[in-house]
Design a protein. Structure first.
Lengths: 677, 113
């Protein structure tokens, strides 16, 4: 007997809400650095701000021990350019990443990550995370360095990317936060930023939050804040019934929505990409050869192996070649970086003409991922190490499959049966969706070289920054943003005090937060509202955009605000939290549509297609689009893609970084530690 | 005979996670860490938690990792996912799927940790 239905059907009374209900009760907190979101970026920000001497409070919507998109574990550690075996330097690496994403990624963040990713991993090792094969489980493998025990991924020659045993990454970070005396405010969802002052003096001085179990109202005042709320989800696609398992469903954009309402500049938010959403298969849990399963042989129903090819389409004769650059190629960029591969840095891949070859009958469905054809250590690295440590795969895939009898030494895992067109990329678990089904791409807050946003005192890290990367990018950027926020806070003498305008702001916010307890009109639940907003986004901000469609879409969102959103109802604090996610989606949707209107040309790089502006990437639009909600409506501006190397900044990546790394005594190299270079 | 009640349809997924009442001691560690508050403490002390919001589960498996009693919690993929998790033994050509009635014996090799 486990479910609510079973509980009630056994004759027991309707169980009351298990936590004390404290709607409207105000709880005040005061700190130096307030970290919004305690996932991977937020945890590293908190730890490093605390190490720099600041008082730190982390606001976390979930339970901090395992929370966030990366909280369930990690198997690959990317951009570790300064590890002792790496043959790729941070400059070269960053320049290639920026080139590959068409220049639209965040230069400062990408460079900070390339400089500090390895040091951040050493921090994690000191917290108890295993990053080396000291026992020799993989001894003799080409991807293992005998001197350090480090295991490499994707490109075994250039070695900038690692494999790690990160299933307990988040509990280790959590323990470190507690050890250092970081204050954790858990099960509390951000609802707004507190902003004070005008013009040059305008700054973030705190935030408000809703306790997701008790419904209490938190007011937190701080000298500096770090936005680490990740990527908004559930904006286009929403179905709890057939949900895909790719991104944490609790990451819904309240952070960016609060930033938008506070007038913070956001960049690249017009971009979205296709998503099979609810129709995806279990991530890495069906036959595939992508990312965690990179290099796995794929065979057809008759046992014929689908070839792997290099960037020129040349068939690779051996398994080893899948992990080495092609002749004449510098280095290959790993998967999971969220940049499309360029010719220069492209990884080895499964034959991209597989769809036609299936249609012609050369390969017969179903296909299978056959790990048994790999050498034992490669097989174990994929299924035992990678699948066994990436959190969303350790239990849902490794444990579920092995308990049910799957043995990678003996069995082939079936690839789902789809239209042949969908076998063009080895990410087979992604499944097939509809063109208007989209997901958030790389949009986020615009930041400077301090990773500070356009709002003074508000820093950002991880997915909340535009054009960021995956787990190690969140970690290393959080580490840097935490230090910069602590430095900022240390320059502010006294904590912010409540003025009349603060009190007005808080009173207004409190009314907004509790409005779903007294819905106006015919009550509507959060799920129906989420699905309705999603449909507007699909229809008006989907794959085919136009000025008319976007303007209509803005009207729809605005109507929803006045009608259904005003009738939004919540039966308990949990539903009230979900209700606010939906209200945040209205802001996010509005921001996306405003940005989509402001970009006056289609773009292949940004997956952005305006029916009324079909020219692709004309030079005048190869610029970063920045939008903000100003006092009189949406404001937008275009920045050159190399804005971070133009005045007032220095002309090189290194100068900008090093001039701000003054307080940085955190490199392993600086400390002269073993394994540092 | 059991009483018949008016109840809404069971949600999809029905349960997402399942508790073994013989192993679970109702310590609520899983309730404490579930990111989505899928699980609620049972009003009766010592009893397994109630799966209140299975439709909000991410299938991250952290409840299983947090549990001190191996086997007390099982994460269950809903049928619309489990039907696609199929494998074939090379030596016999026989196919199996997650959730089938007579599965092969479990593979006891732990993940690399």
């Amino acid at each position: 007997m486990s479910t609510w239905h079973e509980y009630l059907s056994s004759g027991k009374p309707l169980p009351p809400w298990p936590y004390p209900v404290r709607y409207g009760e105000e709880q005040r907190h005061d700190t130096d650095v307030l970290v919004l979101g305690g996932g991977i970026a937020g945890s590293h920000a908190a730890i490093n701000a605390r190490r720099a001497g600041a008082r730190v409070l982390v606001l976390e919507k979930e339970a901090a021990k395992w929370s966030g998109n990366g909280g369930a574990g990690v198997d690959h550690w990317l951009s570790a350019c300064t590890n002792p075996s790496s043959k790729v330097g941070p400059e070269e690496y960053t320049e290639r990443v920026l080139e590959d994403c068409g220049g639209y990624d965040c230069g400062p963040l990408r460079y900070v990550v390339a400089r500090e990713s390895w040091d951040t991993l050493l921090d994690c090792e000191r917290m108890g995370v295993r990053i080396r094969d000291k026992e020799g489980e993989f001894e003799g493998a080409e991807f293992r360095d005998p001197a350090t025990g480090l295991l490499f991924a994707y490109d075994y020659v250039n070695r900038a990317e690692l494999r790690v045993w990160g299933h307990d990454m988040k509990p280790r970070l959590h323990a470190e936060m507690r050890r250092l005396g970081v204050e954790l405010l858990e099960r509390a969802a951000l609802t707004s930023l507190i902003v004070e002052g005008d013009g040059e003096e305008r700054r973030a001085t705190g935030a408000t939050a809703l306790d997701t179990r008790t419904g209490a109202f938190h007011v937190i005042r701080a000298k500096a804040l770090v936005l680490a709320t990740g990527l908004p989800g559930r904006i286009w696609n929403f179905s709890t019934e057939y949900r895909s398992t790719f991104r944490d469903p609790n990451c819904t954009g309240e952070g960016l929505a609060a930033a938008w309402r506070a007038g913070v500049e956001l960049a690249r938010i017009e971009e979205s990409f296709g998503d099979s959403g609810a129709l995806a298969y279990v991530a890495y849990g069906v036959g595939n050869a992508h990312n965690t399963w990179h290099g796995c042989p794929i065979v057809d129903a008759k046992g014929r192996e689908v070839p792997w090819v290099d960037r020129d389409g040349k068939v690779l004769a051996t398994v080893e070649e899948r992990f080495r650059p092609a002749p004449g190629q510098g280095f290959m960029l790993g998967e999971g970086l969220r940049v499309p591969p360029s010719y220069e840095n492209q990884n080895k891949k499964l034959a991209p003409d597989l769809p036609e070859r299936i249609r012609k009958g050369e390969f017969e469905l179903p296909l299978y991922a056959d790990l048994s054809r790999l050498p034992e250590r490669e097989r174990r690295a994929i299924f035992g190490l990678a699948v066994g440590n990436e959190g969303r795969t350790r239990v849902p895939v490794y444990e579920a499959l092995t308990k049910a009898g799957f043995d990678p030494d003996l069995d082939m895992l079936e690839v789902p049966l789809m239209d042949p067109a969908n076998y063009g990329h080895s990410n087979f678990w992604a499944g097939v969706g509809a063109p208007q089904w989209r997901q958030w791409a790389c949009g986020g807050a615009l930041v400077d070289w301090d990773l500070m946003t356009s709002l003074q005192g508000l820093f950002a890290a991880g997915g909340a920054v535009y054009g960021a990367g995956a787990h190690s990018s969140a970690a290393a950027s959080g580490r840097y943003a935490g230090r910069r926020a602590a430095a900022h806070a240390s320059r502010i003498a006294s904590p912010p005090e409540d003025s009349v305008s603060t009190e007005e702001q808080l009173a207004r916010e409190k009314r907004r937060v509790y409005a779903p307890l007294s819905p106006l009109g015919r009550p509507i639940g959060w799920k129906e509202l989420n699905a309705g907003i999603g449909r507007v986004m699909q229809d008006h901000a989907g794959a085919a955009l136009s000025e008319g469609g976007l303007r209509e879409g803005l009207c729809r969102l605005s109507e929803i605000r006045e009608s259904e959103a005003a009738a939004l109802a919540a039966a308990n604090p949990h539903e009230l939290m979900r209700a606010h996610e939906c209200l945040a989606m209205l802001d996010i949707g509005e921001a996306v549509m405003e940005a989509s209107l402001a970009r006056g040309a289609s773009s292949e790089v940004l997956n952005f297609h305006r029916l009324d502006r079909p020219a692709l990437d004309p030079p005048e639009w190869r610029k970063l689009l920045v939008v903000r909600r100003g006092p009189a409506g949406t404001e937008s501006r275009l920045l050159p893609l190399d804005w971070h190397l133009k005045a007032p900044f220095a002309p090189t990546l290194a100068e900008n970084y090093e001039s701000r790394a003054d307080q940085y005594s955190g490199t392993a190299a600086a400390r002269g530690e073993e394994g540092a270079r | 005979m059991k009483e018949t009640y008016m109840l809404p349809n069971p949600p999809l997924p029905n349960r997402a996670v399942d508790f073994d009442p013989g192993l679970c001691n109702g310590c609520n560690l899983c309730v404490g860490i579930c990111r989505s508050d899928v699980l609620m403490p049972n009003p009766a002390k010592g009893e397994p938690p109630i799966v209140l919001y299975p439709d909000e589960c991410w299938y991250c498996g952290c409840c299983v990792l947090e549990c001190r009693r191996p086997g007390a919690i099982t994460m269950l993929h809903p049928l619309n996912q489990a039907v696609s998790i199929v494998w074939k033994r090379r030596s016999t050509g026989k196919s199996y799927r997650l959730g089938m009635k007579n599965p092969p014996p479990p593979n006891l090799r732990p993940p690399s940790s």
